[in-house]
Ligand binder design. Structure first.
Ligand SMILES: CC(C)(COP(=O)(O)OP(=O)(O)OC[C@H]1O[C@@H](n2cnc3c(N)ncnc32)[C@H](O)[C@@H]1OP(=O)(O)O)[C@@H](O)C(=O)NCCC(=O)NCCS
Length: 165
């Protein structure tokens, strides 16, 4: 990946180390069916295999109308998320990062990209259902809990409304 590129151009090992250190997850709106396949395979890995979410719930009808985001780290696809608009409500969800790639900022980058895209839709309420263990992850991004905890696909969730930072 980055290392090969730098060695090919004869850079010092300092540059190699700096490049690896400075690499950041990059997110974009999905444009191609290949990118969508990649996003689905990440969701299969994280939700269906990792959290036992039934595939019929995971791959629902909203995929057709959603805006999907994919996240790359170097040349590897590591994460995804989607937004679905219902009138003035925009729901963010299906945010997933491959286990081995967590802690690199990809989850945050996906959420920021989804929020950016949601804001383009005008005066909308942006929200999501957070798994309770991820409350802090959402709060750091400017969301506040709203309402009671509930079960979705057997996992305890709470609605989080975006109010901004
Ligand atoms: C939630 C998830 C997307 C986070 O992805 P990630 O790439 O590891 O997150 P980031 O590296 O961007 O971390 C962003 C921040 O959230 C925090 N965070 C991430 N996972 C956390 C956890 N399990 N508990 C508490 N904080 C967490 C990080 O510490 C970081 O905070 P910082 O900026 O203060 O350091 C990832 O853990 C995941 O895919 N989980 C399984 C799928 C899932 O449950 N998705 C739905 C969540 S409601």
């Amino acid at each position: 990946m980055g290392e090969t590129t730098f060695r090919k151009f004869g850079e010092s090992s300092y540059s190699v180390a700096y490049y690896a250190f400075s690499m950041k997850p990059v997110c974009k709106v999905i444009q191609t069916s290949e990118e969508m396949d990649m996003a689905r395979s990440i969701r299969m890995e994280v939700f269906v295999k990792g959290q036992d979410v039934p595939i019929s719930i995971e791959m629902d009808e909203y995929d057709e109308i959603a805006t999907h985001v994919i996240c790359q780290y170097g040349d590897k696809f590591i994460g995804t998320g989607r937004l679905v608009q219902h009138g003035n409500q925009v729901k963010l969800g299906r945010v997933a990062v491959l286990e081995e790639s967590r802690g690199l900022g990809a989850g945050q980058a996906i959420m920021l990209k989804l929020i950016e895209e949601a804001k383009k839709l005008g005066d909308v309420q942006i929200w999501g259902n957070a798994q309770v263990w991820a409350l802090e992850f959402y709060e750091n991004l400017g969301f506040v809990a709203a309402g009671e905890e509930f079960l979705e696909a057997g996992i305890v969730h709470v609605r989080m409304n975006y109010i901004g930072n």
